[in-house]
Design a protein. Structure first.
Length: 94
């Protein structure tokens, strides 16, 4: 039983996406500023990404709290600290 689990773990780690691909997907989602379907995201990416690799990246981004995946598409939700500080500075104190 342990041998099968170890083999499966090695297999799943064998084809993990590289950092450049993850950053490319992040940038595309962040710059879109709108809800994107999976098909639209694939069209907007600067280079092609295998479907399974893209799904792995989206799973990672969802688990890390950067995106929300819903029935109608994918939405970038993460706000960088610089943007938060600007909003606080320009905001109305209550």
């Amino acid at each position: 039983m342990k041998q099968t689990t170890q083999f499966m773990e090695k297999e799943s780690l064998k084809h993990s996406p590289n950092l450049n691909t993850v950053l490319m997907v992040e940038k595309t989602l962040k710059e879109s500023g709108e809800l994107l379907t999976l098909a639209e995201l694939k069209r907007r990416l600067p280079r092609k990404v295998m479907h399974q690799t893209l799904i792995q990246i989206l799973d990672y981004l969802q688990l890390s709290g950067k995106i929300i995946i819903g029935t109608k598409g994918i939405l970038w939700t993460f706000t960088e600290r610089k943007e938060i500080e600007r909003l606080i500075k320009n905001g109305l104190e209550v």
